[in-house]
Design a protein around this ligand. Structure first.
Ligand code: PMP
Length: 352
């Protein structure tokens, strides 16, 4: 190894789900929304004047922050925005997890958490989920440097009831607790109201799933004024212009269309419940999902083999070979009803 190489910040990067080049596939592998963004987003895109691009964007992304504050009935000073919730979460790790004590997160969870911990040199400890993939709040009552968990959890889809989320926040008032609500709109109760009660709480959400805008990269967080100010101070110390002009304009247009948002969510939830019934009929087993995916296993079928056979049919789902506890599961994103019907028809043949 060369001398300069000894001083490299070496990391094992996060591996995102595959984005296949082929058209005409059924893409159920990265929890995207199968429906287009709100119609107003297209109109805002048409109205966007390219001449504007000469100028730097508003570093505070005020229009987007205002739209979010209005929609969620909070103050603009209680909202932070970033380039997808991945950016928001990374900033939050950097801002709040500096005690030197291990931060805590579940053993089966979003596989970016340990990557951020590694890249920022934050010690961490994983807490096993119980046998039904549930988070036990009691397990988080140990000395720690901060806590993060998704609710519903990913890739399990399991929702922690709000009282239990509150228990974790209440019992850990000396550290920041981040609730990653990437999938909350698909049937969970948000911890957002709790930001008025607990100043150690940060609630993170995204436009990538429920708002069909994964390609635009918008994430946001709610917290009390103080916690948001700390986050912004770190963000401005990195890059003042994370939110570009088009993102701000299209994000704002999306937030305004509440009716379309609800309609899309209802369709996905209805398709999810239908898919659950069909999968159960075929012998698949899974904990109840409150997200836009189902994390399923089958006692007689190898998940890895099924993953590969589905791919040959042009149906992409997600398989995680690690940790070992979940290597026999597939995470299946809820697509359109038509896509799920094709998946189920394939599985009917496969299982029988
Ligand atoms: N949190 C969880 C639990 C996720 O599954 C994802 C999606 N990969 C994210 C955060 C990040 O999503 P985005 O950066 O697209 O907002």
């Amino acid at each position: 190894m060369k001398n300069w190489e000894k001083n490299v910040r070496e990391v094992v990067p996060y591996v995102p789900g595959e984005q296949p080049k082929e058209k005409d596939i059924i893409k159920l592998n990265t929890n995207e929304n199968p429906y287009p963004p709100a119609p107003g987003v297209g109109r805002a895109l048409e109205k966007f004047k390219t001449d504007q691009l000469r100028l730097y964007p508003d570093p505070s992304a005020e229009e987007l922050v205002e739209a979010l504050a209005k929609q969620y009935r909070v103050k603009t000073s209680e909202v932070f925005v970033g380039v997808g919730s991945d950016d928001v979460l990374a900033m939050a790790f950097l801002t709040f997890f500096n005690s030197g004590k291990p931060i805590l997160f579940p053993d089966i969870t979003y596989s970016f958490y340990d990557v951020w911990a590694e890249v920022f040199r934050i010690p961490y400890k994983t807490i096993p989920l119980d046998e039904s993939f549930c988070i036990r709040p009691m397990d988080y009552q140990v000395d720690n440097g901060g806590i993060i968990f998704p609710n519903p959890n990913a890739p399990t889809g399991v929702l922690l009831p709000l009282e239990q989320v509150e228990e974790i926040i209440r019992e850990n008032s000396d550290v920041v607790v981040i609730v990653d609500e990437a999938y909350i709109d698909f049937g969970g109760e948000s911890a957002l109201p709790l930001i008025q009660k607990y100043e150690n709480l940060l609630v993170v959400q995204t436009f990538s799933k429920s708002r069909s805008m994964a390609g635009m990269r918008i994430g946001y967080a709610f917290g009390n004024e103080k916690i948001i100010k700390y986050l912004n101070d770190v963000k401005y110390s990195f890059n003042s212009y994370t939110m570009n002009q088009l993102t701000i304009a299209l994000g704002k247009a999306s937030v305004k269309d509440e009716a379309y948002f609800r309609e899309t969510l209802d369709k996905i939830v209805e398709t999810r419940e239908w898919t659950k019934k069909e999968l159960r009929k075929l012998g698949f087993e899974f904990e109840d999902s409150m997200s836009n995916f189902i994390f399923a296993t089958h006692p007689k079928i190898s998940a890895k083999k099924l993953f590969e056979d589905l791919k040959k049919e042009g149906i992409y789902v997600r398989h995680f070979s690690r940790p070992e506890r979940i290597c026999d599961y597939l995470r299946i994103t809820i697509g359109t009803w038509e896509e799920m019907r094709i998946l189920i028809a394939f599985l009917e043949d496969y299982v029988n």
